[in-house]
Design a protein around this ligand. Structure first.
Ligand SMILES: [Zn+2]
Length: 134
């Protein structure tokens, strides 16, 4: 049922549903953008200024909730998410994180792997190899 009918002009002037700060340009905000095929994704509202950061709304058959989107943007990773579907139809659980290129990748660190399907281009890295500095 529609809960946000545009019945008054104040609604038109209100900012659209902004979900989280953009981790790429650190200036824009992410909002949900509908696609013509009926799906949606989250994109930076600084697109016109050259920031093309996006997060898919659905990853491996799982619809991300807004909390996960916010975690990803503010912390660079999510808590454990349940119910992804691999290409072979298997269910698996994983965290998501942003890699150094700010792409969304699976993060299986500390999780027993059930299947090794990752997003195209996704790479799983050991996390304990960072050199200390200071
Ligand atoms: Zn941005």
């Amino acid at each position: 049922m529609p809960k946000n009918e545009r019945t008054n002009s104040a609604y038109e002037k209100a900012p659209p549903g902004l979900i989280a700060g953009c981790p790429k340009c650190e200036d824009g905000m992410l909002r949900r953008i509908a696609t013509r095929s009926g799906g949606s994704f989250f994109g930076c509202n600084n697109y016109d200024k050259g920031c093309h950061f996006t997060i898919p709304a659905v990853i491996a058959g799982k619809t991300l909730n807004l909390r996960s989107i916010r975690e990803l943007c503010s912390h660079g990773s999510t808590s454990l998410l349940i119910g992804f579907h691999s290409k072979t139809g298997q269910l698996f659980n994983s965290r998501l994180r942003l890699d150094e290129a700010l792409r969304v990748v699976f993060d299986f660190a500390g999780i027993s792997r059930q299947g090794n399907t990752v997003l195209s281009g996704g790479r799983i890295r050991a996390q304990n190899s960072e050199a200390k500095h200071g």
